[in-house]
Write a protein of this length. Structure first.
Length: 187
């Protein structure tokens, strides 16, 4: 009898957690200041992911612009370690793609959240919970990332930035949404 080796679960690339955290901050900024056109998502992503890069000439937009912890405050965190220099281009690409998916499909994502989180309107949810869910759904719906990784990362963001109830709320909503989605690899 031949026993085939167990299929190894894919592990998240180290830089992806950091990229998710940066995109989470972008989504929070967009959510709070919908009419503010001075915040430059692209510049923020590049500056946060590649602080030593050449595209960081004007850092003035960063002063007080985000309502959540800044990357500098999280540098000691094992979850949000800035990417190695060799990984920065991939980290920037991943952050850009994730931001674009979340922004382009926001109406659809928001509707899934509202349909699933019974008795919770988006406006009743905390800023953190609402945007962690948006980020996670963008990745679940438009990226091939395994479901377990998306949920683990969302719970990590909720724990880092949210209230003591955020992680369980996010986990519950995502669990119901995942159960309603068609099966795919990684679930």
């Amino acid at each position: 009898m031949t026993i085939s080796p167990k299929k190894k679960e894919p592990t998240p690339r180290k830089y992806q957690s950091f990229s998710r955290m940066v995109v989470f901050q972008v989504l929070c900024q967009r959510d709070i200041n919908r009419s503010d056109t001075s915040f430059d998502d692209e510049q923020f992503i590049v500056t946060e992911v590649d602080p030593d890069g050449t595209d960081t000439d004007d850092l003035s937009y960063r002063e007080g612009s985000l309502p959540v912890n800044t990357t500098e405050e999280l540098e000691g965190s094992p979850v949000y370690t800035p990417p190695a220099e060799k990984d920065r281009p991939a980290a920037i690409r991943f952050a850009r793609d994730l931001r674009e998916a979340a922004v382009a499909h926001r109406e659809e994502i928001d509707q899934k959240i509202v349909d699933t989180a019974l008795n919770w309107s988006l406006s009743r949810m905390t800023l953190t919970d609402r945007n962690v869910l948006r980020l996670a759904l963008a990745e679940l719906l438009y990226f091939p990332t395994p479901v377990a990784i998306v949920i683990d990362e969302a719970i990590g963001l909720a724990k880092s930035f949210g209230s003591e109830n955020s992680a369980s709320f996010v986990n519950g909503v995502l669990g119901k949404i995942v159960d309603s989605l068609p099966p795919r690899d990684g679930r």
